[in-house]
Design a protein around this ligand. Structure first.
Ligand SMILES: O=C(O)C1=C[C@@H](OP(=O)(O)O)[C@@H](O)[C@H](O)C1
Ligand SMILES: C=C(OP(=O)(O)O)C(=O)O
Length: 429
């Protein structure tokens, strides 16, 4: 097993130009592929998840040109009809590729097989598939019922209503919203139960609007998409920096004794994870906002304060709060995060196990975790990362304030942030 030994970081200072947002990159690629006309996508994230989406769209017959060696691309849209009607797509562990493509291909009138890494085959998709099947789509499970891999065949949509459960992943609703215009029908989506991770739906609606699509959100449980609409190219889309990736550097600023600025995400961002900065501020960090940047510095008192907080709206950046808790006075409790159990790994269990290795007292519930820091963090803990990029990035922060730590399989950050450790080194001193 490869590992990375992080030497103690005495302090942090400086500025990080964030890589593009994963959520915006993969949505934009799909919408640009489906629309009429060509779209210049600027600042696309370079990562495993975006590579899987690029490969899949290319296999579906979409022409995508990279401009030189830049992260700017021209996507030639297919006007709502994928040219290739038969394909076998490998989507890795990219939820933002797997769920939306399942919905789009269910309406595409072709034969498609969708698979991923073994963990993707343990991540639920049943609520989305059931919704699509009830609407007339033809989808079969090739392994365990409720999970990928999937076989999609031509179906015929006969209904004007589609129901989807909202409490396991918001990506099911995102997939439906983006795909339904392909049916050309008036469609109401009923979201059954509480919808989690709501800000990701706002990203979806925002980007659909940029591609000319009208959606009426009647409530978080009912959406209406008028029929007869098609996506039109906005000409150019600039991908913002990734707000979840920003969380590690902002946390570093809040605990590390200097000022850290992230560039690419600020008060103008459409990403819900920008609100991570508000949570850090509640813990006492000094946060300064610009339209396109955020800065974090430690509290005037020198120490963060524990909080008891519902972080359902920022499930990814919430992991970074569990690490910030190591530097806070008191017990921090993070609530309403059951979705952690069905992501890259069971993040509640993984987080609890690894936090204990650095000396924290941790209590884990079905949908919450509480973290009480030790007097002093344990040096030289060997952190397992469970093929979860966020576990690796989170635990790198243990090195701040002088505690050496070993990160096993550091390259797993490639899912969303292949150059993470280089960027961390640039602000460390
Ligand atoms: O739609 C998106 O871009 C995402 C939604 C969230 O998933 P859930 O809705 O499953 O919580 C988040 O965890 C994921 O990293 C990205
Ligand atoms: C949950 C995540 O990814 P995915 O898009 O695969 O759901 C994540 O990036 O933390």
């Amino acid at each position: 097993m490869e590992f990375l030994d992080l030497a103690p970081i005495a302090g942090v200072n400086g500025s990080v130009a964030l890589p593009g947002s994963k959520s915006i990159s993969n949505r934009t690629l799909l919408l640009a592929a489906l629309c009429q006309g060509s779209t210049r996508v600027l600042g696309l994230l370079a990562s495993d998840d975006t590579e899987r989406m690029l490969e899949a769209l290319t296999a579906l017959g979409i022409k995508i040109e990279q401009i030189g060696n830049s992260r700017d691309f021209i996507v030639h849209g297919c006007g709502g009809e994928f040219p290739v009607k038969q394909a076998d797509l490998f989507l890795g562990n990219a939820g933002t590729a797997f769920r939306p493509l399942t919905a789009a291909l269910a309406f595409a009138g072709g034969d498609y097989r969708l698979s991923g890494v073994p963990r993707m085959h343990e991540r639920p998709i049943g609520d989305l598939v059931t919704g699509l099947q009830q609407a007339g789509c033809n989808i079969e499970y090739l392994g365990n019922e409720g999970f990928p891999p999937l076989q999609i065949r031509p179906g015929s949509v006969t209904s004007n209503r589609i129901a989807v459960k909202g409490n396991v992943s918001s990506q099911f609703l995102t997939g439906l919203l983006m795909a339904i215009p392909l049916t050309q029908r008036d469609m109401t989506i009923d979201v059954i139960g509480e919808l989690i991770s709501k800000p990701y739906i706002e990203i979806t609606l925002n980007l659909m609007a940029k591609f000319g699509l009208k959606v009426e959100r009647k409530s978080w449980n009912e959406f209406f998409i008028p029929g007869g609409q098609s996506y039109t190219s906005p000409g150019e889309i600039h991908v913002e920096g990734d707000a979840s990736s920003a969380s590690y550097f902002l946390a570093a600023g809040a605990i590390g004794g200097g000022v850290v600025r992230v560039e690419g995400v600020g008060s103008d961002s459409i990403q819900g994870d920008k609100r991570f900065a508000d949570t850090l501020a509640e813990m006492g960090a000094v946060i300064t906002w610009g339209p396109n940047w955020i800065e974090a510095a430690p509290p005037a008192s020198g120490q963060l304060t524990a909080i008891d907080v519902d972080l359902n709206h920022i499930p990814d950046a919430a992991m970074t709060i569990a690490i910030a808790a190591l530097y806070a006075k008191g017990t921090t409790t993070i609530r309403n995060i059951e979705s952690w159990r069905v992501k890259e790994t069971d993040r509640l269990s993984a987080m609890a196990t690894e936090l204990r290795k650095v000396g924290a007292t941790v209590v884990e519930g079905q949908d919450w975790i509480s973290v009480t820091p030790p007097e002093a963090l344990t040096a030289n803990a060997e952190i397992d990362t469970y093929d979860d990029h966020r576990m690796a990035m989170c635990f790198s922060l243990v090195a701040i304030k002088g505690v050496p730590v070993r990160i096993n399989d550091p390259k797993c950050t490639a899912k969303t942030f292949p150059t993470y450790f280089e960027e961390l080194a640039r602000i460390a001193n």
